[in-house]
Design a binder for this molecule. Structure first.
Ligand code: FAD
Length: 331
């Protein structure tokens, strides 16, 4: 991922798309054809595939990652969590990723580690359960130790702070900062943020990182995570789960149309397009990236990418291939 970012000309914008593995084979078939369409029409710099906490989607995540990387030739970044999971599952996932030709891992903690009491119980079921992975940094260090520079490693960052059962009271990016510094020093190659709707919160966060006295964030790619608005209900649910604030003006615009799903989507596309344009104008980065939490859906993100001119032009060679394919009889 970072090689591809650095190969872009200065001033270029790029973006990535996130997908999760469907539960059924029918879901896989549908997503595969959607991915095929999206990759041809939208040409993301890379795609990411989520990982169910505790390894709950291990097989399906790897299956989807294989479709993306091998079948569709997309640069793929596999999310991988490290808590409440056996070490052998982490090893298998990394080995399998390598076999598939995947060079990028988003190293995450996942759910907060289980309490000792629960863990002892789980341990008796799975002797290999590990106590070595408590935070994402443990996985970053492990990947770097086992694989050197083979994998490009991304880590999560939180413009509005991180809050869950391990730190319920902290919703302040300042609290996370020392840990984010350590995670980055341990070898993170890029940062990808939690979804947010408050662009000012992202502005403040990015400024805080770039100006940090440690200097570790001076040039590292910081990719803002944006979630297209698919419906009023999904928006309310995901912002509650992620603790993302909905600025009052934005909520008013959505509240005004909340009874009409189609209008919610349209207003959502406008809002996200404005967010992208706002972030594009921010100074201080040579190449500006965006990450979209697609929820496996195609339309809203396609409109946002078109509105904001984020779809890269085809190269001359690609055009030639398309011409050949479209000209009957040339083959
Ligand atoms: P960490 O970096 O370990 O941080 C977790 C919290 O602990 C933070 O509040 C941090 O400040 C604090 N902390 C870190 N180190 C220490 C320490 N030494 N002592 C005390 N406190 C510490 N989850 C999934 O299950 N699957 C996914 O595919 C997935 N994808 C994601 C993609 C992105 C871009 C993001 C932002 C999140 C994703 N998540 C995913 C969610 C993530 O697993 C959770 O947010 C999790 O609660 C924290 O993960 P982390 O990697 O940020 O953890």
């Amino acid at each position: 991922v970072t090689d591809k970012i650095h190969a872009l000309p200065e001033g270029a914008n790029y973006y990535s798309l996130e997908f999760f593995p469907p539960k059924t084979s029918m879901g896989f078939a549908n997503l595969t054809s959607r991915l095929e369409r999206m990759s041809q029409a939208l040409r993301p710099l890379f795609v990411t595939v989520t990982w169910g906490a505790g390894g709950s989607t291990a097989t399906k995540s790897l299956e989807l990652a294989e479709i993306c990387q091998r079948q569709l030739g997309l640069t793929t970044c596999l999310h991988l969590t490290c808590t409440n999971m056996s070490r052998s599952l982490i090893d298998e996932a990394l080995e399998q990723a390598k076999v598939l030709g995947i060079r990028n891992i988003l190293a995450l903690r996942g759910d907060a580690p289980r309490s000792e009491e629960y863990r002892d119980e789980a341990q008796s079921l799975d002797e290999d359960s590990n106590k070595d992975f408590t935070w994402a940094i443990d996985l970053v260090r492990y990947i770097k130790r086992q694989y050197g520079e083979y994998f490009c490693v991304g880590v999560a960052a939180y413009p509005e702070g991180h809050s869950d059962e391990s730190h319920p009271e902290h919703q302040d990016p300042g609290f996370d900062m020392p840990y984010l510094v350590e995670k980055t020093k341990a070898g993170a190659d890029f940062l990808m943020t939690q979804l947010f709707f408050d662009v000012q919160a992202f502005d403040r966060f990015e400024e805080m990182l770039r100006g940090h006295e440690s200097g570790v964030f001076k040039t590292i790619p910081i990719i803002p995570g944006l979630m297209p608005i698919q419906s009023y209900q999904i928006l309310r649910r995901t912002t509650k789960l992620s603790h993302a604030k909905l600025p009052a003006g934005l909520l008013e615009r959505l509240d005004a149309v909340k009874g009409d799903d189609e209008l919610v989507k349209q207003v959502g596309v406008q809002i996200l397009s404005e967010m992208v344009e706002h972030i594009k104008k921010r100074p201080s980065v040579a190449r500006r990236g965006f990450h979209f939490y697609t929820l496996n859906l195609e339309k809203a993100v396609s409109h946002i990418l078109e509105n904001t001119h984020l779809i890269p032009p085809t190269t001359i060679e690609e055009d030639a291939v398309i011409d050949v394919e479209l000209t009957p009889g040339t083959l």
